[in-house]
Write a protein that binds this ligand. Structure first.
Ligand SMILES: Cc1cc2nc3c(=O)[nH]c(=O)nc-3n(C[C@H](O)[C@H](O)[C@H](O)COP(=O)(O)O)c2cc1C
Ligand code: SF4
Length: 520
């Protein structure tokens, strides 16, 4: 029987040499005349172990990592195909503590299956959600999603089922489902991992969404920096269409639903839903006024469901196992599981899917192993570039939308970026304003002008000029941006700035640094 070897084709693994490992494996198999095949799976999300190679043995899958091309002949010589010991052997993959302690619902198949094999997807419970959805009325599907408590994973945490209900109630000749795969937040990669490791899951989730709200066409907007995800998804869509899972008659149900992929325009603001719709229509990514909501007047003016990759990818398991099964995970109003992305100065970065409620400290220390530098942890930014900086004293905050909001932070897309004690929070605050100035769409004054003025004021504070007066000015400016911005880019930039001042005031009171200050 052919022995199956798994070498991830995921971008994170490729970036640390997975392609060379694959080639070395193929050379070794040919030279030794072995009956073995290499499967390019997605990543398991244990990034410090990439390239993480697995071999299927009668005792289950055995992991080795991090493997370099130079290690490959030695692995074969040591009997790696039988799962024999080697210094790089990590034992049974599922027993690796980082993975074993997770509750993988959305990422259950990621890294396990061949991402482009529909048979493999179906053999691992794939398309069971769609099968059940096809036995229900559109209203019943929507109410199942409402009852599950699923909230949007793109950042705002809006209840997904309620959004779908609005689109379902609209009567229109044409409706759309749009997937937001722009994933612009710093320290996030879950959307990419899913697109590369389990693309049929997103296709299934979008198909269910289409059937639920009466949309016959869907688009996935993938950020331009994700060429591998773009290619994998395109191929998966072609396979699904070929096998009758997309098209005029989805699995013989008489329902039509088809999908296309579009490459993003390379701007952070194109991740904001109305900007994304503009970009999808071929225009410059500029915010639209709301109302009307996209659910009423979205893509090409038609009622549109727009959801993040992870929101849509959570739907198949909800339909398959039922709303109550999903709702049993989590705390408070944050139901289900959260794919947490651990990044920055952390020993064991990667993807951790857990029920909401794990604390920030548990994620960083128990899973992440603390800082990579070994220095004390000083700050954590959660929720992307617009998220607040928390000090070590707030590591007891549970990963829960409301708990973060109560501490003037936000969970966003679940990205956690860790900093050690070498970080300068005044510089990070300046970076937040500068980021906003660069990425602003320019439509409203508080953000377009305010962010540029914000950089100037912070420069003066760092340079030690009229610190008290300039800190008051910065506070005023932040209030104006919070209250007066048209969208959350300008509206949330004060979060990282004000949290840096609140939790790390000493960084704004250091001896003046000689640095150029813009002319007044
Ligand atoms: C500046 C900005 C950038 C955003 N970027 C993303 C993004 O990259 N991906 C995403 O899913 N949502 C992003 N959002 C949130 C979307 O506007 C929108 O809320 C989301 O796509 C809705 O899907 P959900 O309900 O499934 O979360 C962004 C919002 C703002 C204000
Ligand atoms: S807040 Fe910034 S990004 Fe948002 S509409 Fe105003 S100018 Fe555009």
């Amino acid at each position: 029987m052919t022995i199956r070897i798994y070498v991830p084709g995921d971008a994170a693994a490729l970036s640390v040499g997975a392609q060379a490992v694959d080639e070395a494996m193929l050379r070794e198999i040919a030279a030794r005349h072995l009956d073995a095949a290499v499967i390019r799976n997605g990543s398991r999300g244990l990034f410090w172990l990439e390239p993480l190679v697995e071999v299927e043995t009668p005792a289950g899958r055995i992991a080795y990592g991090p493997v370099s091309a130079a290690d490959v002949p030695g692995l074969f010589a040591a009997g790696f195909l039988e799962g024999k010991p080697h210094p790089l052997c990590l034992g049974p993959t599922e027993e690796i503590s980082y993975l074993k302690r997770q509750e993988r619902l959305t990422f259950a198949r990621c890294g396990v299956i061949d991402p482009l094999s529909l048979d493999d997807y179906i053999a691992h419970q794939g398309y069971r959600g769609l099968a059940r959805a096809l036995t229900l009325t559109p209203e019943e599907i929507v109410e199942e999603v409402v009852a599950s408590g699923l909230r949007g994973r793109g950042g705002a945490g809006f209840p997904t089922g309620i959004k779908w209900r609005t689109v379902l109630k609209e009567s229109a000749q044409q409706k759309y489902v749009v997937c937001n795969a722009d994933e612009g937040d710093s320290g996030t990669f879950a959307d990419r991992m899913l697109l590369e490791g389990d693309p049929f899951l997103l296709i299934e989730g979008m198909t269910i969404a289409g059937i639920a709200v009466g949309a016959t066409m869907g688009y996935v907007y993938v950020r331009s920096e994700y060429p591998h995800a773009f290619r994998t998804l395109k191929r998966a869509i072609a396979v699904a269409r070929d096998k009758g899972y997309l098209g005029a008659d989805v699995t013989g149900s008489g329902k039509r639903f088809d999908l296309e992929v579009r490459l993003g325009a390379g701007a952070y603001i194109c991740g904001e839903e109305t900007s994304l719709l503009e970009s999808l229509e071929g225009k410059r990514g500029v915010i639209r006024f709301k109302p009307p909501l996209p659910a009423i007047k979205g893509l090409f003016g038609k009622p549109t469901v727009i959801n993040n990759v992870l929101s849509l990818a959570s739907v198949p398991v909800i339909l398959d196992r039922g709303a109550n099964f999903y709702k049993d995970f989590g705390i408070g109003r944050s139901r289900g599981t959260l794919p947490i992305q651990l990044a920055g100065n952390v020993k064991r970065g990667g993807l951790i899917e857990k029920a909401f409620g794990l604390t920030l400290g548990e994620a960083i220390h128990d899973f992440g192993g603390g800082t990579a530098s070994g220095r004390p942890l000083r700050a954590v930014q959660v929720g992307g570039p617009l998220g607040a900086y928390f000090p070590a004293a707030l590591l007891d905050t549970p990963l829960d939308y409301e708990a973060f909001a109560a501490r003037k932070g936000m969970l966003g897309h679940g990205g956690i970026v860790v900093f050690d004690d070498t970080v300068d929070l005044a510089r990070q605050a300046r970076f937040a304003m500068e980021f906003c100035a660069i990425e602003s769409c320019g439509k409203c004054t508080p953000c377009r002008i305010g962010s540029t003025r914000g950089v100037e004021v912070i420069d003066k504070i760092i340079a030690g000029r009229d610190r008290t007066k300039n800190l008051e000015l910065l506070d005023d400016l932040c209030e104006l941006m919070l209250e007066g911005s048209l969208c959350a880019l300008g509206g949330l930039t004060p979060y990282p700035v004000l949290s840096a001042i609140r939790h790390f005031p000493e960084d704004f009171d250091k001896p003046a640094e000689p640095r150029p200050v813009a002319a007044e």
